[in-house]
Structures are given as C-alpha cells and as structure tokens.
Write a protein that binds this ligand. Sequence first.
Ligand SMILES: *[C@@H]1O[C@H](CO)[C@@H](O)[C@H](O)[C@H]1NC(C)=O
Ligand SMILES: *[C@@H]1O[C@H](CO)[C@@H](O)[C@H](O)[C@H]1NC(C)=O
Ligand SMILES: *[C@@H]1O[C@H](CO)[C@@H](O)[C@H](O)[C@H]1NC(C)=O
Ligand SMILES: *[C@@H]1O[C@H](CO)[C@@H](O)[C@H](O)[C@H]1NC(C)=O
Ligand SMILES: *[C@@H]1O[C@H](CO)[C@@H](O)[C@H](O)[C@H]1NC(C)=O
Ligand SMILES: *[C@@H]1O[C@H](CO)[C@@H](O)[C@H](O)[C@H]1NC(C)=O
Ligand SMILES: *[C@@H]1O[C@H](CO)[C@@H](O)[C@H](O)[C@H]1NC(C)=O
Length: 384
Amino acid sequence: MKKPIPSDPIPCLLSIFTVILLLLDPSLGEPRAQTVQIMCGNQTEHNATIYVPNFVATMENISVQMRNSGFGIAVTGSGLDTNYGLAQCYGDLSSLDCVLCYAEARTVLPQCFPANGGRIFLDGCFMRAENYSFFDEFTGPQDRAFCGNKTQKSTTFEDSAKQALIQAVSNAQNNNGYARAKVAVSGTKNESAYVLADCWKTVNVNACKACLENASQEILGCLPWSEGRALNTGCFMRYSDVDFLNPELGNGSSRGTVIVVVVAVVSSIVVLVVGGIIGAYIWKHRAIQKKRRGSNDAEKLVKTLHDSSLNFKYSTLEKATGSFDEANKLGHGGFGTVYKVSYKKYTQINDLIAAVFFLSSSMICCVAGSFTRWKRDCSEEAFL
Ligand SMILES: *[C@@H]1O[C@H](CO)[C@@H](O)[C@H](O)[C@H]1NC(C)=O
Ligand SMILES: *[C@@H]1O[C@H](CO)[C@@H](O)[C@H](O)[C@H]1NC(C)=O
Ligand SMILES: *[C@@H]1O[C@H](CO)[C@@H](O)[C@H](O)[C@H]1NC(C)=O
Ligand SMILES: *[C@@H]1O[C@H](CO)[C@@H](O)[C@H](O)[C@H]1NC(C)=O
Ligand SMILES: *[C@@H]1O[C@H](CO)[C@@H](O)[C@H](O)[C@H]1NC(C)=O
Ligand SMILES: *[C@@H]1O[C@H](CO)[C@@H](O)[C@H](O)[C@H]1NC(C)=O
Ligand SMILES: *[C@@H]1O[C@H](CO)[C@@H](O)[C@H](O)[C@H]1NC(C)=O
C-alpha cells in the first residue's frame, strides 16, 4: 500500500487520487483524545540544547511505531539528557484514532518543559517521557484515581461495575494486558457498566496484574459516581455508565500516512484538484523540512517544541469536523477519514472549494484552495 510519492506531478496526482478513493470505506471510531491528566516531573532538564532535539527525535521515532502498532518506545541521546519515551493507545482504538490521540498527546506533553519528564493520560492513549529507563515501572507515588463527580448511580450499578472490573482484570492477563468488559445492570432495560483495562506493553504479566488489581481497587472508591479512572504508572483503567468503548476492530486495516482529509465541496473534479494540491504540497513540504533540519539553534528548538509539533491542534480538527460528527463523515479507510468541514474562507458560490488535512509523521498539515486559485492557507482561523 505504501508508495513512495513521485515528484512528477501527473503520476503523483493519480496516486493521490487512488489514495483518496481508498479512504472511502465506512467504519466507526472515536479517538477519545481528551486529556484526563498531565503530570510533570520535578527535575529540570540539564541542557536544553541537547534535551529538546532528543525529545523531538523520540517523539518522531514513536510516531512511526504508533501508526504501525499503536504502541512505541524510543531512546534518544546519552548522558543526563537522554530521552526515554513510551506511548500507547488503548486496545480499542483504530490506527487512525490512535494517530489522532497520539498527535494530541505529543502536543500537550511539551507543556512540562523545562521539566525533564512527564506523563499524560488521555481517554484514548498514554504517553510518558523521562531521562531514565522507566519502561518496567508499574507502580509509584503518582498513581491516582480520577473520579467523575457529576452523577451518582444506584447500588445495582455498583454491583455491575464491580463485576465488570473483576472480569476485566482477569481477562487482561490472557490478552496482552488489555481487556474490555460490559455488564448489564439488573432491573434496568438498557443500562450497563463498561470497563476498559490496559497495561503498557513494557510491563510484564505479573506487574500488569498487580497494576490492574491496584487500579480496580482504587476506582472502586469512585463508586457510586458514574465514572472512575485509574491513572497508574503501569496501566490505565476506567469504568463508566456510558459506552465509551469503540467497536471491536477487525485486524485487517492497513495503516498509512494520509490521515485526515477534509473536503468542503465534493465532486470528482475537486477530488482531482485536491489530489494535485496535496501532491504538490507534500513535495514542497518535504523540501522545506529537509532545509529546516539544518538549523540547530536551541531557542528555536524550544519554540518549535512549544508551538508547532503540530500545525493543527487536535481541537481545531475537532471543531472543523463538528467533533468528528458522523453526519460530516464522508468515508473512512486504511489511510484515514474524510470529513466535510465548515470552512470560513472562499465561500463564494460557484467556486469550488476544498480544504485538506493530512497528517505526516511530524505534523497535521492543511492545504486549501479553489478551482480558480489555491494556496497553502493553513491558518487555524480559516475554520469555523
Ligand atoms: C520530586 O518527586 C519525587 C517523587 O516523584 C519526590 O520523591 C521528591 O522528593 C521530589 N523532589 C522535590 C525536590 O520536590
Ligand atoms: C549544552 O550543550 C551544548 C552542546 O553540547 C554545549 O555547546 C553547551 O555549552 C551546553 N550548555 C551548557 C549550559 O552546559
Ligand atoms: C527508534 O528507536 C529505536 C531504539 O530506541 C532504534 O532502534 C530505531 O532505529 C529508531 N528508529 C528511528 C526511525 O529513528
Ligand atoms: C536526569 O536529570 C537530572 C536533572 O538534570 C539529573 O540529576 C539525573 O542524574 C538525570 N538522570 C539520569 C539517569 O541521567
Ligand atoms: C467535581 O470535580 C471538579 C474537578 O475536580 C471540582 O472542581 C468540583 O468542585 C467537583 N464537584 C463536586 C460536586 O464535588
Ligand atoms: C436505551 O438507551 C438509549 C440511550 O442510552 C435510549 O435512547 C433508548 O431509548 C433506550 N432503550 C430502552 C428500551 O430503554
Ligand atoms: C495502589 O498503589 C498505590 C501506589 O503504590 C498505593 O499508594 C495504594 O495504597 C495502592 N492501593 C491499593 C488499594 O492497594
């Protein structure tokens, strides 16, 4: 599936066209990219000139692994500013949703800078970076339960939640540390308790068991609230009265580079135009990226870290697509999802409009254009 992008515009255009056709294949998903909590370390980095490029390289390295397997670890550098990173999506996320969740995680985690470590729990994925090897850690003083405190549930819900937690802890042991559970609440038509449990793939079976047992004990303390999450060093666990779980995944879907494509006005002609635009953009963008790699000024790097590990924030994508509203979804496939968006600029009728997001290994990018003119107009303000 993965083809090199040719620099000759015509085959490029055709191959992108093919990619867009491949996008259209219906299925459902939700990246759950809301941050639950970010916890920063209390030691500052040793030397930013060394730390920042190490951190960025680790994120990049993990990014590739996330697309392929929903999990990644990397180590960059040596000495006091060595960067150890780990990221993992919870087992029910599709590869697309995983990339989106990871994109959000790596946008937010640099907030910890200049601390030399931190971890972030999102509802769909986890990420941690430190200057030492933490990969087999599964318990620690930062472990905590995070309880929802909006609605209180009945004792029958409590019983179902307890059962679901026990099931999940037990099932995770034979399933690479991942489990989901659903237990119906007796005496109700429709209600169930939903549980997700996931250990990081670097912790061993016994550590995973210990981590999940601790997690389930801790979130039992959240009852009778309707939501509980355990944010542990080696695992994540959640129960809820809402079905937050994504549908079970088939194994087959391939993973690609083009992730989110947003088309405001769709016709086959627009698709072709868009294909050309993406092609040109990818091609130009690569050249620019190559140039950028030359610079190594620490201040610039720190700024890069803070501002633009993504051109587009997850929140912008979310807004533009109406929270990834099903109604705006045009299709989904191995390469990504196509959405209609609200696009403020170029709203003249009779002018074909297209805006395209794609996610490269390092950033979400956007090109926008019309039939008569197009430009790289990637300002976030362009979207409603
Ligand atoms: C930093 O945090 C660790 C635990 O994470 C704690 O043991 C240590 O005392 C803290 N150090 C400072 C200076 O706050
Ligand atoms: C940080 O590291 C760079 C590159 O090794 C070095 O040139 C610089 O002097 C160091 N800065 C400090 C404050 O140690
Ligand atoms: C990612 O990191 C691993 C080890 O940490 C290394 O073996 C691998 O070559 C790196 N990959 C890239 C693309 O840098
Ligand atoms: C991590 O960084 C801190 C502060 O820069 C340093 O004191 C500590 O030795 C480093 N740890 C390792 C394993 O390099
Ligand atoms: C619920 O939790 C939020 C955030 O932790 C807190 O600000 C709020 O006061 C809590 N509300 C109740 C009713 O406990
Ligand atoms: C089941 O729950 C859904 C939403 O949670 C609700 O819309 C539906 O009416 C319920 N069905 C029954 C039979 O209670
Ligand atoms: C879970 O682990 C934390 C951190 O080690 C510990 O403080 C807590 O007491 C444990 N909880 C249970 C119920 O074992």
